[in-house]
Each structure stands twice: as structure tokens, then as C-alpha cells.
Design a protein around this ligand. Structure first.
Ligand code: BGC
Length: 382
């Protein structure tokens, strides 16, 4: 069998960004940022093989953009695409993947809702010789996951924590030591416990925060530091909002102040901000709050001085790396040079491609998000 060193790995991020830039599209693929496929699914009918693309939800901009970018880039190579969204409902995603297999797709790209719920579907994909690529979220506990394309998820967590330290003045943006000394009150939120990424984000963040907690510079006043206690099922903003409200009532009604909140996702940050402003924090005097995904509303919030930072993961790059991988496989070639140490799904190490995330602060919005064409100045209201 032929082998092929993927351009994404051979040339690094620059080339992938180059590919993404060729389309001339923003985060949402053609039609601009945040746009994308309407409705539950869409099948196109040009070209050779068919690729099934299962995405978790349209309730968040990033997944709309991911679906649109993967679809557009596969179609540009002549593939047919069956793109489906499951609105965070596990049985719906299971059915969608069953249907894709029955319909005879040549490859599956899956961003799972629950990374352990697809065992039977993956078995049947393997029996039918359909390669499976876990997209952004690792599918756990199955032999039948062939590849994993994602970002450096541990680093995302480290960056989220770093952004909090910068906001508090403990670090400067160049990560040199800042002037502040603390102690500062901090509360912690994590993502959905059934998403493998959530533990990577949390562990990466705690890697940075724990020494400062141990040294007394940061104080988790609620005492809630355990992953399962701070996790947010299905990444639901309303769940985060009500947990923040409870924390404010249980722990901060003595007049003390929350200085920072570790939030792993922009949607949760919005819920957390809602709880804070609803309990008397002025929108120009909020704690330092992190995020992830550089969603339009949250970038605007950063520019307005509410949320402090977010993590930018260029979904165009992830789509380009994934499409290149699928194309390599469907041409009968074997991809080379993948990372074969980092992602153990409980049964095996899944060969992965990991792209680079970036911290977004007010002062690099223009360079990283606007100049790269991810969002237009108009979309961000600047
Ligand atoms: C993704 C994040 C996203 C989160 C919620 C995670 O698996 O990696 O980018 O914020 O899901 O959708």
C-alpha cells in the first residue's frame, strides 16, 4: 500500500492555514462566519465516494462552522457528503450513524456527543470496511476508531488557566511575572464528563492553577475542585449559570468577591456572566473569566471588557487536516507521521493529528481573528 505524509504534518500549521485560506471563507465556511447548513442534514450529489459527517449540535457556532467547512472542502475534492447534526441527543446520533452505514458511506467523520455510546455502530463500520475518524472529540473504549484529528487539548486547558493569571495580573501577556500578589478567589468549571476533551482541558488548567492554589495565591472558596463536582453535562450554559448562582449564594453572600472563574467554553462563560450580573456584579466589574472557541458573541464580550479571554481553534484548519486524511485513506494510501503516543482511548492508542490553539485577548483579536479572515470586523462590530 502507498504511504502519504500528510501535508498538515509535513508542513505544519502554515500549510493547512494556506489550504483553508484558499476557500476565502470565514469560520462558517462559504456564506461567512456562523452560517452553515440549515436543518438536520443535507446530502449532496457530485463526485466520487460518499463521506458521512456526524456532528453533535447546532446550538454552538463552532460545530456549525466545522460541519460547513468539512462539507465544503470534501465537496471541492469531488466527494458526496452526508452531514448530520444530532442536537446533543445520543439516540439521534446513533441513528444517524446507523443510517450512514446502511447507505454505504465510504468513510465516517464523527464528532461524538458521548464518546462511549457508539460501540455497536463502530463495530458495524469496521465489518463494512468503513474507516472512522474521530473529529475533535476522541471516541473511547472501542478498537474501531482509526484516526483522531483534534487540537492540543491539554494545551487548551493550560492556556485557559494562563489567561486567568494574566487577567489577575499574576502574569503578563508574554507570560513574564506580573505585579499582582493575591490572594484571589477563584471558582472552577469543567466541560461535559462524557466528552474526553473535558478532562484534558481541566487537567491542563489544573496543571497551571494547582501550584498557586497550594501556595495560597489562589483560593477556591467553595472548596469545589474535583472534576466530577465542577463538570457541566452536555456543556449546557444553563447548568453552568445555575451552578454559578448556587456558588454565589452558598459561598459569596458574606460580601466576598469572586476574582476569577475558569470556564472551559464560551457558551458556559455566557451562563456564568449571566449569573454574576444577575447577582449584582456590574458588567464592567466582572471577575476574570476564560472561555473557548472564539464565538462571535464572546469575542464581542471580550472587546466590551466582560469576558477576559477565549481560546481560538481554527476550525478551518481542523476541517482541512481531516479532509486531507480522509482523501488519503480513500485513495488507498496510508497516512504517515501521525502522533501515536498521546491519545489512548482505553483500548488502544488512536493515531492523531493535533493542531495548535491560541489565546485571544482584546489586543490580538484583530491579528488572529480578523486578519486571518476567521471573523470579519463587521461580524465583530468593530
Ligand atoms: C470542543 C470545544 C467545545 C466543546 C463544547 C469540545 O469537545 O473541543 O471546542 O467548546 O466541546 O462544544
Amino acid at each position: 500500500m502507498n504511504t502519504k505524509k500528510l501535508a498538515a504534518l509535513a508542513a505544519g500549521v502554515t500549510l493547512v492555514m494556506g489550504l483553508a485560506a484558499c476557500g476565502g471563507d470565514g469560520a462558517g465556511g462559504s456564506g461567512g462566519g456562523g452560517g452553515g447548513t440549515e436543518g438536520g442534514g443535507e446530502t449532496t450529489t457530485e463526485g466520487g465516494g460518499t463521506v458521512g459527517v456526524a456532528m453533535p449540535t447546532q446550538s454552538s457556532e463552532r460545530w456549525i462552522a466545522d460541519g460547513a467547512n468539512v462539507k465544503e472542502q470534501l465537496e471541492a475534492l469531488g466527494y458526496q457528503v452526508d452531514l448530520q447534526y444530532a442536537e446533543d441527543d445520543i439516540p439521534t446520533q446513533v441513528n444517524q450513524i446507523d443510517n450512514m452505514i446502511t447507505q454505504g458511506v465510504d468513510a465516517l467523520i464523527i464528532a461524538s456527543i458521548d464518546g462511549t455510546a457508539l460501540t455497536n455502530q463502530l463495530e458495524s463500520a469496521a465489518e463494512n470496511g468503513i474507516p472512522v475518524i474521530a473529529y475533535d472529540r476522541l471516541i473511547r473504549d472501542s478498537e474501531n476508531v482509526d484516526y483522531y484529528t483534534t487540537f492540543d487539548n491539554y494545551k487548551v486547558g493550560q492556556q485557559q488557566a494562563t489567561s486567568l493569571l494574566v487577567g489577575l495580573g499574576l502574569l503578563n501577556e508574554d507570560e513574564s511575572e506580573g505585579d499582582a500578589t493575591g490572594p484571589f478567589n477563584i471558582e472552577l468549571f469543567a466541560g461535559s464528563p462524557d466528552d474526553n476533551n473535558a478532562t484534558f482541558f481541566f487537567n491542563g488548567a489544573m496543571d497551571v492553577l494547582q501550584p498557586l492554589i497550594d501556595g495560597g495565591t489562589l483560593v477556591v472558596k467553595s472548596g469545589q475542585t474535583d472534576f466530577n463536582t465542577v463538570a457541566t453535562l452536555r456543556w449546557d450554559p444553563a447548568t453552568a449559570q445555575s451552578r454559578m448562582e448556587n456558588l454565589l449564594t452558598s459561598t459569596y453572600s458574606d460580601g466576598s468577591r469572586v476574582d476569577a472563574v475558569l470556564s472551559p467554553y464560551d457558551g458556559l462563560s455566557i451562563g456564568i456572566i449571566g449569573a454574576l450580573t444577575g447577582t449584582g456584579y456590574a458588567s464592567d466589574d466582572l471577575p476574570i473569566i476564560s472561555g473557548q472557541d472564539a464565538e462571535v458573541g464572546s469575542v464581542k464580550s471580550i472587546l466590551a471588557g466582560e469576558q477576559f479571554a477565549t481560546i481560538y481553534k481554527d476550525t478551518r484548519e481542523l476541517a482541512a487536516a481531516t479532509v486531507e486524511l480522509v482523501d488519503t485513506l480513500l485513495k488507498g494510501e496510508t497516512p504517515e507521521g501521525l502522533d501515536t503516543t498521546t491519545y489512548d482511548n482505553g483500548v488502544k492508542i488512536v493515531p492523531s493529528i493535533q493542531l495548535t490553539p491560541y489565546i485571544i485577548y482584546t489586543d490580538n483579536v484583530q491579528e488572529l481573528l480578523v486578519d486571518s479572515g476567521y471573523w470579519t470586523a463587521e461580524e465583530l462590530g468593530i
